[in-house]
Design a protein around this ligand. Structure first.
Ligand code: G6P
Length: 468
């Protein structure tokens, strides 16, 4: 069975989440996370179909394909039990912590694995139905690592690319996974497997050799059925032009001024924007700032830290633990250090539209991005894109993929609180010339690798791998 789509994108989430409007009808809201922000503009320039989950458990009748805001969307339903075992369980309590340096302990449960296989099969079957003969199918992220192999069995005629948006761990950690071989074999169904960093691609090839026993040569793997699979790095980016236009619009400029005023026109605004995730290093970052205030380096009223934490995976236990820890820290810091009407940290547990984010980026003097481990971190790139005047400072974790490209950021180790404090102080004290030298270099780097270039490089490499 074949369909009509020449380009099919599969990601666990559709770019929009299903919500109920006040009148009880179905409405759509943009989904959270970096994957959706990166792929949305790619889909708009390529006429394809996007297969994904609409973000709520299904009552047994999956929605029919539909067009929303110009994109063709094909929903895949998950039952309440699959949301628990596949999405919250295997994806976000097994793979997510395992792939992020085990910063939280991963849990291994056999029923979760069964559910992961079952849902991956459903995605593969959906792709097999809608892909045109010889189509290109691009599978995304850790939730769907078995899809390439499953789809190849159903549709050997299509070109299959896979891109992992998050880090890929070294063998020492990956080997913990009871189903390590099956996952590697799942990925090997693709013609091209893309990663954020070259080290991740090398981890993959090394493990294919040692755990699956296949022949490898540099970036190539030879499979038992005589195919060649290529693994390489394709660092993802953002739609730079879109953010520049947004940041330069009158309404964003005005909103940025309003934000500064609402915060009491301080001399210095520091900003953090993250999904509320334990990989993002929110806690040590706020501790570092609080200590700088307590020691008198920053004064209440003159400086403020704005932390936006977008609600995420709220039913997963480690996320609940983190939320409590951050709530407690912010409460204590503001209780100890704030004065009436002027907190040390302005904390927002909310998700904002891009327009508000752009205004925050414009308003912030120092952006602080300190993940313990992060595939790329697009917030860092969005901040740089919005600094149209070439000012502002980016403090960035060396453990974010973005650090490979953003050498001129103020790089920090989030495990080293004293080091972070010293670097934040350095960024705050740098003169205008130094800040602008660094920011202009960051902006040049960003412009050299825009998301449309990322997508065309990946799709070009996929076509070449097929032709070879
Ligand atoms: C990261 C992942 C995405 C994921 C997003 C949001 O960016 O790489 O695959 O969609 O987080 O997480 P969620 O669990 O809400 O989809």
């Amino acid at each position: 069975m074949t369909g009509a789509a020449d380009l099919v994108i599969l990601a666990n989430r559709l770019p929009v989440d299903q919500v109920q409007t006040s009148t009880g009808e179905i409405g759509w809201r943009r989904s959270p996370g970096g994957l959706v922000s990166a792929l949305d503009p790619v889909m708009r320039t390529h006429d394809g179909a996007w297969i994904g989950w609409p973000g709520v458990a299904d009552n047994g009748t999956p929605l029919a394909p539909f067009v929303e805001d110009g994109l063709t969307l094909v929903p895949v339903g998950l039952s309440e039990q699959e949301v628990e075992e596949f999405y919250e369980g295997f994806c976000n309590a097994t793979l997510w912590p395992l792939y992020h340096d085990v910063v939280a302990p991963p849990e291994f449960h056999r029923e979760w694995w069964d559910s992961y296989r079952q849902v991956n099969r459903r995605f593969a079957e959906r792709a097999a139905e809608i892909a045109a003969p010889g189509a290109t199918v691009w599978v995304h992220d850790y939730q769907l690592q078995l899809v390439p192999q499953m789809l190849r069995e159903l549709r050997p005629d299509v070109a299959i690319g896979f891109f992992l948006h998050i880090p890929f761990p070294p063998q020492e950690l990956f080997s913990q996974l009871p189903w390590r071989r099956e996952l590697l074999e799942g990925l090997l169904g693709a013609d091209l497997v893309g990663f954020q960093r070259a080290g991740a691609a090398a981890n993959f090839v090394r493990m294919v050799k040692s755990l699956v026993g296949l022949r490898t040569h540099r970036t190539l793997v030879q499979t038992d059925d005589g195919r060649f699979v290529r693994a390489a790095a394709f660092p993802i980016s953002i739609d730079v032009q879109h953010f520049e236009t947004l940041a330069g619009s009158d309404s964003v400029v005005q909103r940025a001024a309003q934000i500064r005023q609402a915060l009491g026109n301080p001399e210095r605004i520091l900003l953090g924007i993250d999904r509320l995730d334990y990989t993002k290093g929110i806690h040590p970052r706020l501790r570092a700032y609080a200590e700088l205030v307590a020691e008198g380096h920053f004064r209440i009223g003159e400086s403020i830290f704005v932390q936006v934490a977008t609600p995420s995976r709220e039913r997963v236990q480690q996320y609940q633990v983190l939320r409590d820890r951050v709530d407690q820290l912010v409460g204590r810091v503001n209780g100890d250090l704030g004065v009436i009407g002027r907190p040390a940290i302005s904390y927002l547990h909310a998700s904002f539209p891009q327009h508000e984010m752009a205004a925050l980026y414009r308003a912030a003097d120092i952006m602080v991005v300190t993940p313990f481990r992060d595939g790329m971190n697009l917030v860092a790139k969005e901040y740089v894109a919005c600094r149209l005047e070439g000012d502002g400072a980016l403090v960035l974790s060396e453990f974010a993929g973005a650090a490979d490209e953003f050498k001129q950021a103020w790089l920090v180790n989030p495990y080293d609180i004293n080091g972070m404090k010293a670097t934040i102080l350095e960024a705050a004290g740098a003169d205008e010339k130094e800040r602008s030298r660094r920011m202009r270099a960051l902006r040049r780097t960003l412009r050299d690798n825009d998301v449309s270039q990322w997508a065309s490089t990946f799709l070009g490499a996929l076509a070449e791998t097929r032709d070879a």
